[in-house]
Design a protein around this ligand. Structure first.
Ligand code: THU
Length: 162
């Protein structure tokens, strides 16, 4: 008989009051970042925040462009910006999103961002927990960025450089 793979992904479902002080700081930074999104085409504002090893916060937003595919999601904008500065460890990531003139909505990161999130995490020793906005004002806390992308493409299949 054929074998079956069963995957389990665990996330804690929290209320804002259940966040630790550090989590709340990162969460609020992601929400505040949405004010600064450059989203004149989709009118959908996304903010992403990282809590760093020195307890500072890095944040960024989605950056759109009249040549639509040239734009970039908030998650990749903040991660690529940080990855260009070596030696930083990320302790936590948070994402928030809302329509330009609206309330925050539940959202999960797109597939391309998940691939970048997983590889960014693999470049440091410790996993990066992730806070995503769940339905009805809840917050989903994943234990690791890689949890969002089972079966991620891994660089170890690439041929060794000669
Ligand atoms: N967007 C993000 O910033 N993150 C995601 O994970 C999905 C979508 C942005 C891209 C675009 O600027 C707008 O949201 C609408 O897709």
């Amino acid at each position: 008989m054929a074998q079956t793979l069963n995957l389990t992904i665990t996330a804690d479902v929290l209320t804002p009051a259940e966040l630790s002080a550090d989590e709340a700081r990162c969460w609020q930074a992601a929400q505040a970042a949405t004010d600064h999104a450059y989203a004149p085409y989709s009118h959908f504002h996304v903010g992403a925040a990282l809590l760093l090893d020195d307890d500072s916060i890095a944040w960024n937003t989605n950056q759109e462009n009249a040549a639509y595919p040239s734009g970039l999601c908030a998650e990749r904008t903040v991660l690529f910006g940080l990855n260009g500065q070596p030696g930083r460890t990320v302790k936590l990531m948070a994402v928030a999103a809302r329509p330009q003139n609206g309330e925050f909505v539940a959202v999960t990161s797109c597939g391309a961002c998940r691939q970048v999130m997983a590889e960014s995490e693999s470049r440091q020793a410790q996993p990066i927990p992730l806070l995503l906005p769940g339905p009805n004002g809840t917050i989903w806390r994943f234990r690791s960025l890689a949890d969002l992308l089972p079966f991620q493409f891994m660089s170890d299949v690439l041929p060794a450089r000669g």
